[in-house]
Write a protein that binds this ligand. Structure first.
Ligand SMILES: [Zn+2]
Length: 324
């Protein structure tokens, strides 16, 4: 495919890492949009999103401006098949010095710090707007992260079409995130979380492509109007946890999953006491949106986090109340 460009990132051993990206330039003037994926090596939906969307733009004669598509921002973590390149088996996400998403505002240090700096200096600083595509574990629902009290950010969140919005003030954001780096340069970087890690999920790829397509339409880089869902996004603010009343295996009710709305009293599943086989039905304590369902923290690095055996008071689900 044409429209592929490469950079040589110098390694500390004297060699280099070849970093390639899609660079779709139209002769018609327009903004520069950059899409970045796989800062974390286990978050892969965005890689497929960028690959497909770059083709889409390159084949569209009405495309205007420039699309920079970086499908593999952190090839070191990707090859490691883990979130960060210094992580071993079952290691909590936070025990790392190589989390790329915390290193965009540092200029010197380990290979990942230098990698972030390199991407910014050599390429991403050329963008007017950025989209940073991540993936939550499959137990969560997709979300876009924006700054509060800003009509501009709010509009972009609606245009993304993502079902949840999370407001994050600059003061509480990771200073080293790409979002903060872009903000310091007077640009907006939209952070989005698709869902499902280690694999590529068709529905999430479609969702990510819609985000980019809508943004390009909004920015007049592609013809047409953004396709915005009728329902505004759920604000990820108050959360109602649903606890396991006993220890046992949580078996969800068929069709119940993160990303759906439930009514108060809806059955979410049953807890099966593994010693007696007695069952306790689990009901939604509130009407709302299932932002998390049947998973636990560190599920992104540990298979144990996927396991459905729950101890008493483990969190089975988290509901964002939305009334109804
Ligand atoms: Zn991530």
């Amino acid at each position: 495919m044409k429209h592929i460009r490469s950079l040589e990132f110098p390694l500390s051993d004297g060699g280099f890492e070849l970093l390639s990206f899609y660079d779709i330039r139209s002769s018609a003037p327009g903004p520069v949009l950059a899409a970045v994926a796989a800062q974390h090596g286990n978050e892969l939906n965005g890689c497929a999103v960028i690959r497909q969307f770059a083709r889409h733009c390159s084949e569209n004669p009405e495309f205007r401006g420039r699309l920079i598509g970086v499908p593999f921002a952190n090839p070191f973590a990707l090859r490691r098949r883990r979130p960060n390149s210094d992580m071993g088996p079952e290691q909590p996400y936070t025990e790392t010095t190589r989390n790329m998403q915390t290193h965009w505002n540092t200029t010197d240090g380990n290979e990942i710090i230098r990698l972030a700096h390199f991407w910014w200096e050599k390429l991403l600083s050329e963008a007017d707007m950025l989209v940073d595509i991540h993936c939550y574990p499959k137990f969560n629902a997709p979300v876009i992260v924006i700054r509060p009290n800003s009509e501009k950010w709010e509009t972009l969140a609606r245009i993304s079409g993502l079902p949840q919005v999370r407001y994050l003030k600059r003061e509480t954001d990771w200073n080293g995130s790409l979002r903060c780096k872009a903000e310091d340069a007077g640009k907006i970087c939209l952070g989005i979380e698709l869902c499902g890690q280690y694999e590529i999920f068709d529905a999430e790829v479609d969702r990510g492509i819609r985000v980019l397509e809508n943004l390009c339409r909004h920015l007049k880089m592609l013809p047409g109007e953004p396709e915005i869902p009728l329902e505004p996004p759920v604000v990820l603010e108050s959360r109602v946890p649903v606890y396991a009343p006993i220890s046992g295996l949580f078996i969800h009710r068929r069709g119940i999953a993160s990303g759906i709305r439930v009514k108060k009293g809806d059955e979410l599943g049953v807890m099966v006491d593994t010693a007696t086989l007695e069952e306790i039905a689990i009901h939604a304590p509130e009407a709302g949106y299932l932002t998390t369902f049947a998973g636990r923290s560190d599920s992104d690095v540990s298979l144990r986090g996927h396991h459905r055996y729950c101890f008493v008071d483990d969190i089975l689900a988290v509901i964002v109340p939305v009334g109804g």
